[in-house]
Design a protein around this ligand. Structure first.
Ligand code: C5P
Length: 411
């Protein structure tokens, strides 16, 4: 997806084995629609060549402040000025311990640090992706530098944990290219839900018949997971309660896995007490078997089939919305409706039945398992259509629509 269309990123590499990940990051940024100008330090050139980075970025790489080539179309022999002026952000990945120490002191004896110092602070954000040995990362000097760089306005990303090139194990690995791409995309996202705690339910439920069988549905969980991601991009603290799906957890999102509707209800009831927004995208089973047998129901060869009886599951959303009304609007609830026809009529009726301010309708057979969808938002004022698009694009639009409707956003 073209999440970074129109963005120009200066990708800086300082010295570290994680330079190999910068090659992947460069590709990922370009794939996401950004243009990328690479700047490397001498130390970085020990780990990866400028030739590789030029081939991937499609632009000559700059490595020296004395480089007299035309930079950003200007012939003044000042690459540190020209390259930084056209950037929407400077992303230094990897940012070594030494490079961060240098930045902290405003030192500028190589092109990359010079460019970071010379950038207009109010226009060109600086994003640093640290990469180093675990002892270097944990050292008070590094932690002090990270804190001060943040105080000076840089965005210092967290580090990954695990095996390190030196053979040790711990914190200090640079984030993976996909994670870094997500952080860059998130950086540019409007922070419409800053300060909110968003609870999202997603996926189907599984109602056990016996220890090996159960009743479930075709919900893939993709819409709910996309909403969780979009809410996190928009600055919220996000908790995702997921039925049985095998989707990866969006970065930065807390996840609780549940199985049955009763399981989901217990978890959501508890978590909704801390939330300010609840988005109920889960496809909760309407019924569950009246009894779960402890042992597998066996075929006995007689041709006799078992008889199953069902009981209705509680309406989780309606219950939480009722509690929210009693708490006088401290929690904004959003319901979903998967219909097969007459979307508007059904969505309006469901909104009233569930007692929620906003209900999101979609056509079930058109969305289950798909990567795209179309939504119809129904609230007190009327209805709004969000035309067919990817689930992530729709999730981002929905998050914006929810943010506009929150009590604090109303005039
Ligand atoms: O009644 P219906 O299943 O169509 O309602 C859909 C909406 O209600 C969704 O937001 C779904 O998450 C929620 N729901 C629920 N508990 C149920 C059934 C649906 O919270 N038992």
């Amino acid at each position: 997806m073209n999440d970074l269309a129109g963005k120009h990123i200066v990708l800086g590499l300082s010295g570290g084995i994680a330079c190999y990940k910068a090659a992947e990051l460069c590709r990922a940024l370009i794939k996401a629609g950004a243009s990328v100008q690479v700047v490397m330090t001498d130390a970085a050139e020990h780990f990866i060549t400028a030739v590789t980075m030029q081939a991937l970025s499609g632009r000559p790489v700059f490595t020296s402040q004395w480089d007299a080539r035309t930079s950003a179309g200007v012939d003044n022999n000042m690459p540190h000025i020209n390259l930084s002026r056209e950037a929407d952000a400077i992303v230094v990945a990897p940012a070594s311990a030494d490079f961060m120490a240098k930045l902290l002191h405003g030192r500028a004896d190589d092109l990359l640090s010079l460019m970071c110092l010379a950038r207009p602070l109010d226009k060109v954000p600086l994003i640093l992706a640290p990469a180093m040995n675990r002892e270097m990362w944990a050292h008070p000097a590094t932690q002090r530098n990270v804190a001060q760089l943040r105080a000076d306005g840089a965005t210092v990303l967290d580090v990954g944990a695990g095996d390190q090139a030196c053979g040790e194990t711990g914190d200090g690995r640079m984030l993976e290219a996909e994670e870094l791409l997500y952080e860059v995309v998130r950086f540019f996202a409007p922070k419409a839900l800053a300060g909110q705690h968003v609870l999202v339910s997603a996926g189907p439920t599984f109602e056990a018949i016996d220890p090996v069988r159960g009743l479930t549905n075709l919900s893939s969980g993709k819409m709910g997971f996309a909403i969780a991601r979009a809410a996190h991009e928009a600055g919220a603290q996000v908790t995702l309660v997921a039925g049985p799906v095998s989707l990866p957890t969006p970065r930065g999102v807390g996840r609780v896995n549940v199985k049955s509707a009763l399981n989901m209800q217990k978890t959501l009831d508890l978590l909704s007490q801390q939330a300010t927004v609840f988005i109920s995208a889960a496809a909760v089973a309407d019924w569950r078997p009246a009894q779960m047998t402890e042992q597998k129901i066996k075929k006995d060869g007689s041709g006799q089939v078992p008889t199953l009886s069902f009981v209705e599951n509680p309406d989780i959303l309606a219950g939480i919305a009722a509690t929210a009304r009693a708490r006088s609007g401290a929690l904004y609830c959003v319901g979903f409706a998967a219909e097969s026809h007459d979307l508007l009529t059904h969505a309006q009726a469901k909104r009233a039945r569930k007692g929620v301010p906003l209900l999101v309708g979609n056509i079930g057979p058109d969305t289950f398992g798909q990567d795209d969808n179309a939504l119809l938002l129904v609230d007190e004022q009327g209805s709004t259509e969000l035309p067919r698009a990817s689930k992530l694009q729709l999730a981002r639009q929905l998050v914006g629509e929810i943010a506009r409707r929150l009590p604090a956003a109303r005039p």
